[in-house]
Design a protein around this ligand. Sequence first.
Ligand SMILES: Cc1cc2nc3c(=O)[nH]c(=O)nc-3n(C[C@H](O)[C@H](O)[C@H](O)COP(=O)(O)OP(=O)(O)OC[C@H]3O[C@@H](n4cnc5c(N)ncnc54)[C@H](O)[C@@H]3O)c2cc1C
Length: 387
Amino acid sequence: MLETVTQVGDLTETEFRATLRAFLSEHNPGPEPSDPDARLSFQRSWASCLHDHGWAAPSWPRRWGGMELPIDKLVPYYEELALARVPGHPSPNAFIVGPTILACGTDWQRQRFLLPIVRGEELWCQGFSEPEAGSDLPSLRTRAERDGDFYLVNGQKLWTSRAMVADWMFALVRTGGPASRQRGLTYLLIDLETPGVTVRPLRDMTGGAYFGEVFLDNVRVPVAQRLGEENDGWRMARTSLGHERSTSRIAMVVRYRRVVAELVDLARHRGLADDPVVRQRLADAVISSRLLGMTFERIMANVLRGGEPGPASSVSRLFLATFEQRLHELAIDLLGPAGMLDASDPHSPESGRWTWGFLNTRASTIGAGTAEIQRNTIAERVLRLPR
Ligand SMILES: Cc1cc2nc3c(=O)[nH]c(=O)nc-3n(C[C@H](O)[C@H](O)[C@H](O)COP(=O)(O)OP(=O)(O)OC[C@H]3O[C@@H](n4cnc5c(N)ncnc54)[C@H](O)[C@@H]3O)c2cc1C
């Protein structure tokens, strides 16, 4: 199968979609289990299945387990996966650290880390934020002191998504002086099984423990696990994440088209589809989902033309975050008092999915950079307004 798939880059788009669709309909494992542990194993075996059949990591080199797919096939790839509703990768963060290792790592690091990432065998979390350093990341204080072939790391990371299930953490640590800001940061790959690492779950407002805090107490990290040079971590963290990140957003466009259709069904089901205010808000949801798709097409056009996603990329992130909040606010209004019931209540509509989504999307305008910071970025870097 692998041999066949290595040729798929040469197919026409129609042939490519048909080949991928045939694979997906033969191997689609069906809906994900709701139990978190079962879901994780389910996602892991799907990641291995994709790799076994040569359909994993579309833009990565074949040598490191990817498909080396040309850029014009990336959108069809993500679109078909989203339409087939196959499981996601068990470790989305792995696709932040993976391209960074590809671009800046040593051959040993590529050999050691990339294949387990592609196959979902090792899960990663991102250790950047700290109690006193979120938006102002260059002020972070977790310290790494060189001790022969090791760094001795002390400090605390916070809001670390999936830290409880992760095997590894990619972290920014301070190796320069206390006032060195971004010039004194180093990028380390830390095995979370190392003595001195403690992970504690943090409960979020959905009732789940999606993220945690990670304490590092005299943790010995081999120098071989440093990515790039000492004090060059900021550049590593900002290394282009590749086209894959922007193109993979197509999956979100497809998903939100579906969610908007489900929201219209919800309005009909609640007998509110003729209410003029509800109709107005539904129309806004439909228009917004189309705008999201069109913004995405602009990003792709930029990538194909000049190699970079361009300003539309910053705008689309902010737009997506506020859009998913508005969708769930409408769903909760449609549900009325029933919107107060979560999954634990047998009377909750659709097993509490809208209530969960409403609570969960509160974080959309905080995680991966707050909406205020994104607006600053758009104002200063895109619109060139004064600071
Ligand atoms: C769901 C979720 C998942 C996350 N996952 C991770 C993860 O895996 N790894 C990780 O390292 N971090 C993670 N984070 C942390 C996230 O990156 C930070 O919460 C975020 O960067 C904001 O930092 P902070 O919480 O310290 O808030 P602060 O930076 O203290 O900001 C507080 C408020 O002040 C505003 N503000 C701050 N500076 C400015 C400014 N210059 N101009 C205007 N307004 C400003 C902010 O917008 C915000 O409203 C996650 C957060 C969430 C919600």
